[in-house]
Design a protein around this ligand. Structure first.
Ligand code: SF4
Length: 392
């Protein structure tokens, strides 16, 4: 489905198919029910299941529609809320897997994510799980997730996932008040042998407010810090696609930005969290060889699509603009034809710096950050401070 490396474009991965015709990744919110009450929750989770949730048959019908696209079929991640609150989760995973879809689950870090539950998901055909760690210690994580014990439950679930043969992805949300947790979390991700660390840059939507959002300067410093860690820890960013700019420019020797104070503070914290690291050089973090991944050119509505627990379709979970409902229209039809999704995939429809950026196709800016902060999903990404060559 992907090809790695193009001699003409070092550091870039492209999909082998046209993302205007089919999605690469479907984020499928099965429920909003969750035992946690996280400060940033996009879904504004609720304690009980919503009676309007898609039924087992309705979810299976969507999976069948996706499978009917043919190879290469989209990847599906069941998310929430906590998908483990759905008693039919194993049935749905098995249905998707039998249909030829690559199935992953993103459970909440609660006692429901037990060794036996994760083993059952693996037996049902799930290949991967993603679990969220937002603080390096129980104190930091539990304050963010607002339930005592959630840190320990999550660590146990991460170990159990690896034990039963699931590919482990750790998700971490970066917010302004918690950004200095990142170095300690990086150490944990390494210790847990996670296959991927996905760093989410909070979008002020749902329960997340503007006070949690990072400025453009802070975002750039965090991205530069992650760039240093990338040779050691396989990582990617969510809602900060300008990380790809650093990867591509780094590959080409073109990134010239001078890091700001937050970058240095993060490195200082890294020295404490990870004694082998030095403040001014991250070279020897690459103990296991360079694991830096070439970026994949996808984004909200452009290879990625989101289905809510009631069947509403959005470009992503962080971009709450509904383009239709799978109860009325098959998901592949909505994905290919909805005017908003078509506009998001059309560089000519974008505005500002992103429209004129030489990295438009690879990056394109976070459409969710643009919408949350300006009300226009086609505006330039306000969390990127890069000045494209055509604008300079
Ligand atoms: S200006 Fe826009 S397209 Fe260019 S690197 Fe920044 S976010 Fe990406």
């Amino acid at each position: 489905m992907e090809r790695v490396g193009d001699p003409a474009e070092p550091g870039v991965r492209r999909l082998r198919f046209d993302t205007s015709a089919r999605p690469f990744l479907v984020l499928f919110e099965l429920t909003r029910a969750c035992a946690l009450a996280c400060r940033h929750c996009r879904a504004e989770s609720i304690p009980e299941r919503d009676p309007r949730e898609l039924s087992t048959g309705e979810v299976e019908a969507v999976l069948d529609d996706l499978a009917a696209i043919g190879a290469p079929r989209p990847r599906v991640i069941f998310t929430g809320g906590d998908p483990l609150q759905r008693p039919d989760l194993q049935t749905l995973v098995a249905h998707g897997s039998r249909a030829g879809l690559s199935m992953a689950v993103s459970p909440a870090g609660t006692p429901r994510a037990s060794l036996s539950a994760l083993a059952a998901l693996r037996l049902s055909g799930a290949t991967a799980v993603s679990l969220s760690i937002d603080g390096a210690t129980a104190e930091g994580h539990d304050a963010f997730r607002r339930v005592d014990g959630s840190f320990n439950w999550t660590i146990d679930a991460c170990r159990a996932a690896v034990q039963v043969g699931l590919r482990l992805q750790v998700n971490t949300t970066v917010t302004a008040p918690t950004v200095l947790e990142l170095p300690g979390v990086a150490r944990l991700v390494d210790e847990l042998h996670a296959a991927m660390w996905s760093v989410f840059f909070v979008v002020p939507t749902g329960r997340a407010d503007a006070a949690q959002a990072l400025s453009a300067a802070a975002t750039e410093d965090v991205l530069a810090f992650l760039y240093d860690l990338a040779p050691r820890i396989p990582l990617k960013t969510t809602e900060a696609p300008s990380f790809r700019r650093l990867l591509v420019h780094g590959e080409q020797g073109r990134e010239k930005r001078t890091p700001g104070p937050l970058y240095w503070r993060l490195h200082e914290q890294l020295v404490d969290a990870w004694p082998m690291a030095e403040r001014s050089s991250a070279d020897h973090l690459a103990l296991a060889g360079d694991r830096r991944r070439a970026p994949l050119a996808v984004g909200d509505g452009r290879g990625v699509v989101f289905v809510s627990h009631t069947g509403e379709v959005q470009p992503s979970g962080f971009l709450p603009l509904v383009v239709g409902n799978v109860r009325d229209t098959p998901l592949p039809v909505l994905y290919a034809n909805a005017p908003l999704l078509r506009a998001l995939r059309d560089p000519a429809a974008h505005h500002g710096r992103c429209a004129r950026c030489e990295l438009q196709e690879i990056c394109g800016g976070s459409r969710a950050q643009a919408y949350a902060r300006s009300g226009d999903p086609l505006a330039e990404d306000p969390t990127c401070d890069y000045v494209p060559a055509a604008v300079a």
